[in-house]
Design a binder for this molecule. Structure first.
Ligand code: ADP
Length: 477
C-alpha cells in the first residue's frame, strides 16, 4: 500500500511513488510513499494559507487537546514507531524507541505551552498610555527535515509551529518518510482542521525548491546540509521571510590529563560512534592532552573492540548500519583521505559483512591527526573520528574553537577551573562537561553558532522566538 501525501485534509496519491529501503537489510522494503510534485507542494502551500486565519485564532484548548492526544498516541505506540524508525534509518532499536519517546515528550511539552501563552503589559513613556506586547503566529511555516532524526526533528518543528498558531507545509527527507507519515497521520486523526498541516514527501530539488520559491511561506525552518542551508537562506532573503537553519558540525571533545579515564572513553565513544556517527552533534575531533593521550587511545581501542555492529533491530547491537550507499561511500572516502593526509588509522574502518546485505562499517579511529587535515575540518557524518594530540588545556581550547562550525563542544576533566573556563569560552551553542557532545534534552534550547546555525534557537520555550512575531500595541487610557 502506498502511503499518501496529506494536502488540505485529503490523502493524495499523486502519480509517482518511491520506496524506502532498510539499511540493515536492503532486501527489506520499509514502505512505499507517494512522491509529491511541485504542483502538489503549491497546492499544500495554498491550503496552509487558506487554513491560517482560522487556525491562528483557534482556542488554546483546541490546540492543547490535539497536541496532547498526539503525544499520548506517540508514547503509547513507542515500540512500533521506534521499530519503524530503526528500520528506515538504521539506528538501533534502543535509539529508535528513545527518539520516539522524545518526540512524544516534545508534543507533550508544546501541548502545555499552548496553555501558557503570555505577553507583557508595560506603562508607556508617555502619560495615560498603556503598552501591550503580544506574540502572534507568523503564518505558513515551511518545515524541511533531514534523515538522521526521522521523528524527533519533525516533532520539534511541527509541535511549536502548531502550538503558536501557524499552519504548516512539511517536507521530510526522502530516505525516511515512514516516521514522518506516521506523525502526520496521528496529528490528522487527533483532529487538526484541514489544511493546517500538509505533508509533501518527495525530492528536495522539486518539493523543497517549490517551497523555497513560494512567496506564501512566511518562515522556513531547515535542518540539513550546509549547501542546502545556503539555498534556503538565499531564497528566504529574496522573499523577506524568516528562516532558521541547523546545519553541520565538527564538534570537538577535549580530554584533559586530569580526566576520569572511563568517563572520557564512554563519552568519546558515544559522541563519535553512537547512532553510527550520524548526528550533527557527534564529535569527530577528539582533542587529547599529552599526559593522558596514550592511555586514552589504548582504552578507546579496548572499548571499540566491545562494540557490536549489526542489524539495527537485533538485540545487543550497539551500532547499526550507515544510512545508505552514498553516505557509506562518503565515509570510506574520508577514511582514505585521512590515511593519505598522514593520520594513522588506529582502529576499525573496515566494511563488515553481516547475515543480511546492509551498509555495515566498523567505527574508525584515527590518531596522530592534526586540526588542519580535511578529516578534522569537514563534516563526515559517519562513525569516523580523529584524535588530535595537544600540549595542554590552552592549546586544547584553541584547537577546539579552530573550526568553521559551532554546534556542540565537550570536555572531560575533573578540574572545576578548566570546566568553568571551557563552558565560558567554547565557541559553540551547547557545551557538555563529562558528557557526550550529543544527547540533548527536549525542553531546553538547541542550536549552534558560526557555520552551524542561523536564526533563533529551537526547542523549549526559546522556540517561540522563531514561530511567533512580536506585536507592540499602544492604547490611550
Ligand atoms: P542531508 O545530507 O541531511 O540529506 P540535505 O541538505 O541534502 O542534507 O537534505 C536535507 C533536506 O533538505 C531534505 O529534506 C532534502 O530533501 C531537502 N533539500 C535538498 N535540496 C533542496 C532544495 N534545493 N530545496 C529545498 N530543500 C532541499
Amino acid at each position: 500500500m502506498v502511503q499518501k501525501n496529506l494536502i488540505d485534509g485529503e490523502w493524495i496519491a499523486g502519480s509517482e511513488a518511491f520506496r524506502s529501503i532498510n539499511p540493515s537489510n536492503t532486501n527489506d522494503v520499509v514502505g512505499e510513499y507517494a512522491r509529491a510534485s511541485a504542483d502538489d507542494a503549491r497546492a499544500a502551500i495554498a491550503a496552509a494559507k487558506a487554513a491560517f486565519p482560522a487556525w491562528s485564532r483557534s482556542g488554546i484548548l483546541e490546540r492543547h487537546a490535539i497536541l496532547r492526544k498526539t503525544a499520548d498516541e506517540i508514547l503509547a505506540r513507542k515500540d512500533e514507531l521506534g521499530k519503524l524508525l530503526s528500520r528506515e534509518e538504521g539506528k538501533t532499536l534502543v535509539e529508535g524507541i528513545g527518539e520516539t519517546v522524545r518526540a512524544g515528550q516534545i508534543f507533550d511539552f508544546f501541548a502545555g505551552e499552548c496553555l501558557r501563552l503570555a505577553g507583557e503589559v508595560l506603562p508607556s513613556a508617555r502619560p495615560n498610555i498603556g503598552v501591550e506586547i503580544t506574540r502572534e503566529p507568523v503564518g505558513v511555516v515551511g518545515i524541511i527535515t533531514p534523515w538522521n532524526f526521522p521523528i524527533a526533528i519533525p516533532a520539534w518543528k511541527i509541535a511549536p509551529a502548531l502550538c503558536y498558531g501557524n499552519t504548516v507545509v512539511f517536507k521530510p527527507a526522502e530516505l525516511v518518510p515512514g516516521s514522518s507519515w506516521a506523525i502526520v497521520d496521528i496529528l490528522h486523526r487527533a483532529g487538526l482542521p484541514k489544511g493546517v498541516l500538509n505533508l509533501v514527501m518527495g525530492k528536495g530539488s522539486v518539493v523543497g525548491q517549490a517551497m523555497l520559491d513560494s512567496p506564501d511561506i512566511s518562515a522556513i525552518t531547515f535542518t540539513g546540509s550546509v549547501g542546502t542551508g545556503k539555498r534556503v537562506a538565499a531564497a528566504s532573503v529574496e522573499h523577506n521571510r524568516k528562516y532558521q537553519l541547523e546545519m553541520g558540525g565538527k564538534n570537538p571533545f577535549v580530554v584533559l590529563d586530569d580526566a576520569d579515564l572511563s568517563v572520557a572513553v564512554e563519552a568519546a565513544v558515544n559522541s563519535a560512534f553512537f547512532s553510527t556517527g550520524q548526528r550533527c552533534t557527534a564529535s569527530s575531533r577528539i582533542i587529547v592532552t599529552e599526559g593522558i593521550h596514550d592511555r586514552f587511545v589504548a582504552a578507546m581501542g579496548e572499548r571499540m573492540k566491545g562494540l557490536t555492529i549489526d542489524d539495527a533491530l537485533k538485540a545487543g547491537t550497539h551500532i547499526g548500519p550507515v544510512v545508505d550507499e552514498s553516505q557509506l561511500n562518503q565515509d570510506t572516502d574520508y577514511i582514505a583521505i585521512g590515511k593519505q593526509e598522514g593520520a594513522k588509522l588506529a582502529f576499525g574502518g573496515e566494511l563488515l559483512k553481516r547475515d543480511t546485505p546492509g551498509f555495515y562499517l566498523q567505527p574508525a579511529l584515527f590518531t596522530e591527526a592534526t586540526n588542519a587535515m580535511r578529516i578534522s575540518r569537514e563534516e563526515i557524518f559517519g562513525p569516523v573520528a580523529a584524535v588530535i594530540r595537544v600540549r595542554d588545556y590552552d592549546e586544547a581550547l584553541a584547537v577546539a574553537n579552530d573550526t568553521p562550525f559551532g554546534l556542540s563542544s565537550g570536555i572531560a576533566t575533573t578540574s572545576l577551573k578548566h570546566a568553568t573556563h571551557f563552558k565560558r569560552n567554547a565557541e559553540a551553542g551547547m557545551v557538555m562537561v563529562n558528557l557526550p557532545t550529543a544527547g540533548v534534552d527536549f525542553h531546553v534550547p538547541f542550536g549552534g553558532r558560526k557555520g552551524s546555525s542561523y536564526g533563533s534557537r529551537e526547542q523549549g520555550r526559546y522556540a517561540a522566538e522563531f514561530y511567533t512575531t512580536v506585536k507592540t500595541a499602544y492604547t490611550l487610557a
